[in-house]
Design a protein around this ligand. Structure first.
Ligand code: PHB
Length: 401
């Protein structure tokens, strides 16, 4: 034991999120890992991964970003939540998490303009975004070369996204037994592309003013609220994101403005009896330090939104967790971990006890085998892992045809 654990601090006191009571405030953040089967059905590897990480009763896990539909962009071996088969696979995972006394949210992902053009072409789906503005030159060149260029969504397609695609995914998520459904509107993906004037140059009701740029997000939220209880719905936002071409230099208006509007709209719904379970807020950069010198200060958001907040993005580069109790002392903050949770299946216990952490190995984050996935030992089980065998073990769908 090298540090003192946080056992006797506010981090390890119960908190109610929606209708679920968690036993502590350490949560698993979404982490893209490419370990689903080819058709997006969750795999045996994922079942093991989430089962292990929910072992401490009362833990909240948010799954990796999961395809909302076939049409909104895809990376190979990313899971989906749009077919009955996907839902049946996820059900095995949610059952395992619930058997541990823990809770799990699915994160609904839509790539939009950052989707790999060749994957969209192979699937025979258009490469789409709010506007035909590429996030980088490499994607533009590739799209041009293969004759599958980015184009803006039509209003009819936007309607389909809300009333068919998100609706279908949310229904499947309920079928799959998820405790929460987290709408991903962060990190340069489709819904965040709508929020920013650098990626959204539309001149219809989905572009221009702040209200218009946030319209798609709220039409999705409001429609989901017609059949998903508010206490099961959540949203992820990254006000300071610069990843994937968001907030280009020429964007003159601070992201505080639209995110204050979003916070007020969420709080307005809460005041009217539709309080979302939580807002997942990013406090850090996905890539190396951004060139704008942002401080990732989300105080403005917390002054407006009074509900539960899941803080993420700031805990990967340190193993000194002595500052966490000061964050959770406010009675409404959960602290999220991605990379440390990847490397430490028993992260909750390690933080509770002050046990040393395994180090994460970035080089195996995105490989397709079990290496670097279910190969990290717990603190109490030091038995050797057979890395060669793990390297040979590929994802197998939990559900066969
Ligand atoms: C990623 O796969 O790199 C990724 C996915 C979702 C995020 C951020 C990054 O929100």
């Amino acid at each position: 034991m090298t540090k003192s654990g946080l056992k006797d601090t506010s981090v390890f006191t119960p908190i109610k999120v929606g209708n679920v009571t968690l036993s502590h405030r350490v949560a698993h953040l979404p982490t893209t890992r490419f370990r689903a089967s080819e058709d997006g059905t969750p795999s045996n590897l994922q079942l093991q991964y989430y089962k292990d990480r929910s072992a401490t009763p009362g833990t909240l896990l948010v799954t990796e970003a999961t395809d909302t539909s076939f049409k909104l962009g895809h990376y190979p071996n990313v899971p989906g939540i749009y077919t009955d088969k996907h839902a049946a696979g996820w059900k095995e995972i949610t059952d395992a998490v619930h058997a541990n006394g823990s809770a799990v949210a699915v994160q609904l992902w839509a790539l939009g303009r950052v989707a790999p053009p060749e994957v969209s072409k192979a699937r025979n789906v258009p490469l789409i975004g709010p506007s035909a503005i590429y996030h980088d030159e490499e994607t533009r060149e590739k799209a041009v070369k293969i004759g599958h260029e980015l184009r803006s969504l039509t209003e009819e397609e936007i309607h389909d996204i809300i009333y068919n695609q998100y609706t279908n995914a949310a229904k499947k998520a309920l079928d799959a037994g998820f405790d929460f459904i987290e709408v991903h509107s962060a990190n340069g993906y489709l819904l965040e592309q709508f929020l920013h004037p650098s990626s959204n140059k539309r001149n219809d009701r989905y572009g221009g003013s702040i209200e218009n740029r946030a319209r798609l997000l709220f039409e999705i939220i409001d429609h989901l609220l017609t059949f998903v209880p508010a206490e099961k719905l959540a949203v992820r936002l990254s006000p300071w994101n610069t990843f994937q071409g968001i907030l280009a230099e020429n964007e003159e208006i601070s992201p505080v403005v639209i995110h204050s509007y979003i916070a007020s709209e969420l709080q307005k719904r809460a005041n009217a009896g539709k309080k979302l379970a939580y807002v997942s807020l990013s406090y850090g950069s996905i890539t190396t330090p951004d060139k704008y010198g942002f401080t990732y200060d989300n105080t403005f958001f917390l002054q407006i939104w009074k509900g539960i907040v899941l803080r993420g993005g700031q805990n990967s580069s340190t193993t000194d967790f002595s500052g966490l109790p000061a964050e959770t002392d406010d009675g409404r903050t959960l602290v999220g971990f991605g990379r440390h949770f990847i490397a430490n299946p028993d992260l909750v216990k390690r933080i509770e006890q002050g046990w040393e952490l395994n180090k994460y190995d970035r080089s195996t984050f995105y490989v397709y085998s079990n290496e670097g996935y279910n190969t990290y030992p717990t603190y109490e089980d030091k038995s050797e892992v057979d890395i060669e065998a793990a390297r040979a073990q590929l994802a197998e769908a939990l559900i066969s045809e």
